[in-house]
Write a protein that binds this ligand. Sequence first.
Ligand code: FAD
Length: 240
Amino acid sequence: MKKNQAAKYSLLKPNIKSLSPVSDLMPLPVYRLHEIRDLTPTSYIMRFDRNNMEFKAGQHITLGLPGNNQLREYSIYSTEHDPYLEVLIKEVEKGMVSKSLHKCRLGDFLSVDGPFGFFTLDENNLGKKNLFIGTGTGIAPFHSMAGSYPALDYSILHGVRTTDETYESSFYPTERYISCTSRDDKGKFKGRVTDYIRKNPVGSETIVYLCGNVEMIYEVYDILVSQHFPVDQIKTEVYF
Ligand SMILES: Cc1cc2nc3c(=O)[nH]c(=O)nc-3n(C[C@H](O)[C@H](O)[C@H](O)COP(=O)(O)OP(=O)(O)OC[C@H]3O[C@@H](n4cnc5c(N)ncnc54)[C@H](O)[C@@H]3O)c2cc1C
């Protein structure tokens, strides 16, 4: 197997570390729900107690209903400075957890564990140019990174089907946020994130962060390799 191919297939490995051995042994701490902010009929932000949790922007937690051992990973959407924790969730058709969490009421308790993961900004690269590429709710860790480090030099490529899925995009300076819409032409770019980087090759001095489904991540990876982009400057978070 060629070196770049071996690196590509190792992109899935980091999630293995996201499993929580503790949650199998003892009940998880519960966090009180303070707010549910609906962004579309099927996507929403949950805000709950932070309980002094220390985390780095880009990390995720596991979340579920107390007494139910079904936990799922969600990237932390809020920033390192916020007094609360937020996650951005999209209901998955026939999904067990993403749909049941949406039915919670204010004041309910949620089981939370974490933080987990290594999809974080490298301290040594904070002064460099960053390109964040996310599809759908894959923008969540970038929201946390951008809000936690306001001086960061970054651009976001957000792949969505239609512009109503550009979740709270006014949070980002206009020149830093590029929506790539595949099913309407109201975004900044009509097409997928992969079409965008084919047309706009990524400079070799950039650090690239990819978050979302594995097909997008593999496809972007292949395009970057074809553009002779250094693969050790690519970080990934695979959602499904
Ligand atoms: C590190 C990490 C961070 C994540 N962060 C987020 C986040 O910030 N926001 C968020 O909404 N989700 C996030 N996810 C996905 C999330 O953990 C769940 O997989 C998702 O909410 C579906 O859970 P469910 O119980 O509703 O569906 P399940 O009952 O577990 O799955 C139902 C089916 O849907 C498929 N599926 C799972 N996720 C998706 C999806 N997103 N789109 C389409 N099909 C899917 C599954 O493969 C399965 O076939 C993250 C995943 C990982 C690994």
